[in-house]
Design a binder for this molecule. Structure first.
Ligand SMILES: Nc1ncnc2c1ncn2[C@@H]1O[C@H](COP(=O)(O)OP(=O)(O)OP(=O)(O)O)[C@@H](O)[C@H]1O
Ligand SMILES: O=C(CO)[C@H](O)[C@H](O)COP(=O)(O)O
Length: 381
C-alpha cells in the first residue's frame, strides 16, 4: 500500500454522463426504490444533492426549488434517472388540521400510509401516480402532481420505514442519525441565522417534537441498511463544532458490500499523515471496525475531524476498498463537485458520497440482473 496525495488527471472530469447510465425507464424495467429517513433539518436535501450529482443526467426539476422545501409548487426533484419524493406529501391533514388534532406531523396518525404504500407500489410497477403535495410555505395540501416512474425513485422523509408494506418495497434504506447537540447546531444555523427564528422558538420546536421523534422516527434506524451517525468529536471534548461521523453498514444486505479501510474484517484506527491530509485542530482520525447494531452484524467506517483540502481526500480514497467508484479519484471528484455544500470538509459529506456510490452500484446490479433475466426469457421463448 502506497497512498499518494496527488490528484489524478481523470479527477477533472465530470459526473458520469446521462448516456453512460442507462437512462429512461425501459419497457418492463422495474424501478429501484430507496428510502431515506431522518428528522427535519438533518441533511436529507444535502444528501439528495450528492446522490443526484453522482447519477448525473439533466435535472428536469425541482419544479420550483423544492430542495429546501421553500417552494409551494412541489417538493419533488426529478432528473432523467432519479425522482426524489418527499414523504411530507403524504401528510393526512394540513397545518391547520394538525392544530385541531393536536398531533405533530411525526405522529403516524397524521400520515396517509395507505396512499403512500399504494403509490410506492404503483411506481415500482412502472405506473404513473397522482401524488399529493404538502405545501410548506402555506401549510396546505395542494393539487396533486403527476409523477412518472424513473429508474431510481427515492422516498425521503420522516417515515419511509415505518409501514411494513412500504418497507418491504424498498431495495435499500438509509437513516441519517444526527445527535441532539449537532441537530441543535444545524437548526440554529439554518433557522436562526438564515430564517430569523429565535433561539427560544427553535428549542421549543425541538422539545415539542422530541417525544414523537423518539417514538416513531428514531426506531427506523434499526431497520435501515446503512446508517450515517453524526456525533460531536472525540478529539477534543470542549470542541462543539467538529464532527465524528460513523457510517454503519449492515452485512448480508442484497447487492451491498460494505466499504472498508485497508483490510476487510479488521479493526483499524488511522491517523493520516498531516502532510498528505491536512486538517485544522483538533486533527483528523479514521477508523474501521465491526459492530453489532441492534442485533445485526455491521461494519463501521468512521471519520472524526475536518480536512482542509478536498483534493487531498484522494489519499483517503486510496486506502478505501468497495467504494463502488468506477475509477480511482471518482470519490474525490464527487466531493469536489459539491465543494460548497454543507459537510464537504468532514465525514458527513464523505459518508453521504460513499452511500451514493453504493446506491448507484445497487441500481446497476439490479439492472444487469433484470437484463440477464429478460435475455434468458427471450432465448427460451
Ligand atoms: N453535513 C452538514 N454539516 C453542517 N451543516 C449541515 C450539514 N447538513 C445539513 N446541515 C445544516 O442543516 C440544515 C438542514 O439541512 P437540509 O436542508 O439538507 O436538511 P433536511 O433534512 O432536508 O431538512 P428539511 O426536512 O427541514 O427540509 C442546512 O441548512 C445546514 O445548515
Ligand atoms: O417534520 C417535518 C418534515 O419536514 C415538518 O415539520 C412537517 O412536514 C410539517 O411541516 P410544516 O412545519 O412546514 O407544516
Amino acid at each position: 500500500f502506497a497512498p499518494t496525495a496527488f490528484v489524478p488527471s481523470n479527477l477533472r472530469g465530470v459526473a458520469p454522463s446521462a448516456s453512460s447510465l442507462n437512462m429512461a425507464l425501459k419497457e418492463g424495467q422495474t424501478p429501484i426504490i430507496i428510502g431515506v429517513a431522518a428528522d427535519s433539518g438533518c441533511g436529507k436535501s444535502t444528501f439528495m444533492r450528492r446522490l443526484t450529482n453522482i447519477f448525473g443526467g439533466d435535472v428536469v426539476g425541482p419544479l420550483g426549488g423544492g430542495f429546501d422545501k421553500g417552494s409551494w409548487e412541489t417538493n419533488t426533484l426529478v432528473s432523467d434517472l432519479t425522482t426524489v419524493i418527499c414523504l411530507d406529501d403524504y401528510h393526512l391533514n394540513d397545518r391547520a388540521g394538525r392544530k385541531v388534532t393536536m398531533r405533530t406531523a411525526l405522529d403516524p396518525e397524521e400520515n396517509n400510509f395507505d396512499l403512500m404504500y399504494e403509490q410506492v407500489k404503483a411506481l415500482k410497477d412502472g405506473k404513473t401516480v397522482e401524488k399529493p403535495i404538502y405545501n410548506h410555505v402555506n401549510g396546505t395540501l395542494d393539487t396533486p402532481e403527476t409523477i412518472e416512474p424513473t429508474p431510481i425513485i427515492i422516498f425521503e422523509g420522516l417515515h419511509p420505514m415505518h409501514d411494513k408494506r412500504v418497507l418491504d418495497l424498498l431495495d435499500f434504506s438509509l437513516y441519517l442519525d444526527i445527535s441532539d447537540d449537532v441537530k441543535l447546531n444545524w437548526k440554529v444555523q439554518r433557522d436562526m441565522e438564515e430564517r430569523g427564528h429565535s433561539m427560544e422558538s427553535i428549542l421549543a420546536s425541538i422539545e415539542a417534537r422530541k417525544p414523537d421523534f423518539d417514538a416513531y422516527i428514531d426506531p427506523q434506524k434499526q431497520l435501515a441498511d446503512l446508517i450515517i451517525e453524526v456525533l460531536p468529536t472525540r478529539l477534543d471534548q470542549d470542541d462543539k463544532k467538529t464532527l465524528r461521523v460513523r457510517c454503519i453498514q449492515k452485512e448480508g444486505v442484497e447487492n451491498f458490500d460494505p466499504c472498508f479501510l485497508f483490510d476487510e474484517g479488521s479493526s483499524i484506527e488511522w491517523t493520516p499523515a498531516p502532510t498528505k491530509l491536512s486538517s485544522p485542530a483538533p486533527g483528523i482520525k479514521l477508523a474501521y471496525y465491526p459492530e453489532e447494531f441492534f442485533g445485526k452484524d455491521a461494519q463501521v467506517l468512521e471519520m472524526d475531524g475536518n480536512f482542509d483540502n478536498i483534493q487531498e481526500l484522494v489519499y483517503v480514497e486510496s486506502a478505501l476498498s468497495n467504494t463502488k467508484t468506477k475509477f480511482y479519484g471518482e470519490m474525490t471528484q464527487a466531493m469536489l463537485a459539491l465543494a460548497t455544500a454543507p459537510g464537504s470538509n468532514n465525514g458527513t459529506g464523505l459518508m453521504q458520497t460513499l452511500a451514493a456510490f453504493a446506491i448507484r452500484d445497487i441500481y446497476e446490479k439490479k439492472t444487469a440482473a433484470a437484463k440477464a433475466k429478460a435475455g434468458v426469457s427471450a432465448a427460451a421463448a
